[in-house]
Design a protein around this ligand. Structure first.
Ligand code: BV8
Ligand code: ZN
Length: 240
C-alpha cells in the first residue's frame, strides 16, 4: 500500500496542501477545538462573528490582539518548513484556513489565506486596508475616516474573499495529490476542497493526530503530528 502511494506522490507534479489550526499547534498557537485552547476564556464560535464585533468591538479586538501577540512571538515549526522545502521539487500550493501567516514566514510562496490574515486590518466602511506593524494606543482603532477598523479576517457568516476562493477551488480540482493537515474539516466551505480533489482523482493524504469525518475516504490517513509526519512525508516525495 505504502509503495503505491509513495509512487503516486513521487509522480505527482501539482501538490495542494489544505491546512488548519493543527499545523500551527506545535508552534504554540492553540487550536479552536482542541483541549489546549486559550479558548476556555473566549469562545471562537461566539467571538469570530460580525454580531460579536458590533456588540463589543473592544472585546473582539482584545481577543485578536492577544492572538496577534502570541502569533508574532511564535515561529514556523518543521511542518511549515517541510511544506516550503517541497517547492524545490514540486509545484506546491497551500490553501490555509489559518490567519497566522506562518506558512509565508516558513518560505512558502503560493499561499491562499481562505479566512484572511490577523496581521492585516481594514476599515469597516471605507476601502482602507493595511498591514498591522505595531500595537494600538486604543481599541478599537479608528480609521482616518473616523470609523472603526477591524481585523481583515473572514468571520462566521461572512463570505470568503471571492478571488481566493475561486483559485482554491481550481487548485483543489486540478491537483495530482492533496495533503490535508491539522484540520477538523468542521468549517465550510473550506471543508469542500478535499471533496473536489477526491472527485478529480487526486491521491488523498491526511495528517492529523485524531480521526476526522474524511479519514476513511483518504488513500492514507497518518495519525501523527504535523511537525513529525510532514518532514518524513516530504522526504519520501522528494527522493525519486
Ligand atoms: C460562509 C477566521 C456564507 C477567524 C474562521 C450554521 C450557522 C451559521 C453558519 C453556518 C452554519 N452551518 C454552517 C455554517 C457556515 C459556517 C460554518 O462552517 N460553521 C461551522 C462551524 C458549522 N461557515 C462560515 O460562516 C463561512 N462563511 O459560509 O459564508 C456566505 C456566502 C455568501 C455570502 C455571505 C455568506 C466562514 C467561515 C470562516 C470563519 N472564520 N477563522 C479567526 O480565526 O479568528 S474559521 C476558524 O475555525 C479557522 O480559520 C478554521 O477554519 C476553523 C477551525 O478549524 P480548524 O482549522 O480545522 O481547527 P480545529 O481546532 O477545528 O481542528 C484542529 C485539528 O487539528 C483537529 O482535527 C486536531 O485533531 C488537529 N491537530 C491538533 N494538533 C495537531 C493536529 N494535527 C496535526 N498535528 C498537530 N500537532
Ligand atoms: Zn475608513
Amino acid at each position: 500500500m505504502w509503495d503505491t502511494i509513495s509512487d503516486k506522490l513521487r509522480k505527482a507534479e501539482k501538490i495542494v496542501f489544505v491546512t488548519g489550526a493543527g499545523i500551527s499547534q506545535e508552534s504554540g498557537i492553540p487550536t479552536f477545538r482542541g483541549k489546549d485552547g486559550l479558548w476556555r476564556k473566549y469562545d471562537p464560535m461566539k467571538l469570530a462573528t460580525i454580531d460579536a464585533f458590533y456588540e463589543d468591538p473592544k472585546l473582539v479586538w482584545e481577543w485578536y490582539e492577544e492572538r496577534r501577540q502570541n502569533i508574532l512571538n511564535a515561529s514556523p515549526n518543521p511542518g511549515h518548513v517541510a511544506i516550503a522545502e517541497l517547492e524545490k521539487y514540486k509545484k506546491v500550493s497551500v490553501l490555509t484556513q489559518n490567519i497566522d501567516g506562518l506558512h509565508q514566514r516558513a518560505g512558502s510562496s503560493s499561499v491562499y489565506e481562505l479566512h484572511g490574515s490577523i496581521i492585516t486590518i481594514k476599515c469597516t466602511i471605507c476601502d482602507f486596508k493595511n498591514k498591522i506593524t505595531a500595537g494600538f494606543s486604543q481599541l478599537p482603532p479608528l480609521c482616518k475616516c473616523g470609523n472603526i477598523l477591524r481585523p481583515d479576517v473572514v468571520w462566521f457568516g461572512e463570505a470568503l474573499p471571492q478571488d481566493v476562493w475561486e483559485s482554491a477551488m481550481i487548485l483543489a480540482s486540478s491537483c495530482d495529490a492533496m495533503i490535508v493537515v491539522g484540520t477538523s474539516l468542521a468549517v465550510s466551505p473550506a471543508n469542500l476542497l478535499p471533496v473536489y480533489a477526491k472527485q478529480n482523482g487526486a491521491t488523498m493524504i491526511e495528517v492529523n493526530v485524531e480521526q476526522t469525518h474524511m479519514s476513511s475516504s483518504m488513500d492514507l490517513s497518518l495519525r501523527a503530528s504535523a511537525a513529525k509526519a510532514l518532514p518524513e512525508l516530504v522526504g519520501i516525495i522528494s527522493h525519486f
